[in-house]
Unconditional design. Structure first.
Length: 151
């Protein structure tokens, strides 16, 4: 996605017209239009002003990733009731077939008891409830996975 598209989406998400954004930044509406159509680029001071106006970091504004943004928006729109109805193993097994077959191969109780112990430890040490302890452990597992991928 281009910087111009990112600027356009950021402005729209704040409900601002080009005129309103231009007024707040001390530039013309045409300048905003040229930035959003990638005809010209804002200088670093103007880019910082845009980030502040749109409530984003400069990195977020210039490294906008539509796919990630769309996924985040879908997550935000999904209610807890809908989330509970989804069979996540089945959904992810289309992409990762191992999720559909490991149950018959792996000694699940062995690993489940160790994971349960780790969740219990997080609850005891840090006062987390069940869900937060699980989420922290999930995030730690993701971190371990990411570090292994780099090796």
């Amino acid at each position: 996605m281009s910087l111009g598209s990112s600027l356009f989406r950021a402005r729209k998400s704040k409900g601002l017209s080009q005129e309103a954004a231009a007024e707040k930044l001390g530039v013309s509406r045409q300048t905003i239009s040229k930035w959003e159509t990638d005809e010209t680029l804002p200088d670093i001071r103007q880019a910082k002003g845009l980030a502040v106006l749109y409530g984003q970091s400069l990195d977020e504004l210039i490294e906008f990733d539509l796919e990630v943004q769309e996924i985040q928006e879908a997550i935000d729109r999904t209610s807890e009731a809908v989330t509970e109805k989804i069979d996540w193993t089945k959904a992810w097994s289309k992409k990762y077939p191992i999720l559909a077959q490991y149950q018959s191969e792996v000694e699940i109780p062995l690993y489940a008891s160790e994971l349960d112990r780790l969740i219990g430890d997080l609850k005891k040490r840090y006062g987390y409830d069940d869900l937060n302890a699980f989420l922290v452990l999930k995030d730690i597992l993701a971190s371990v996975w990411n570090s292994r991928k780099k090796q």
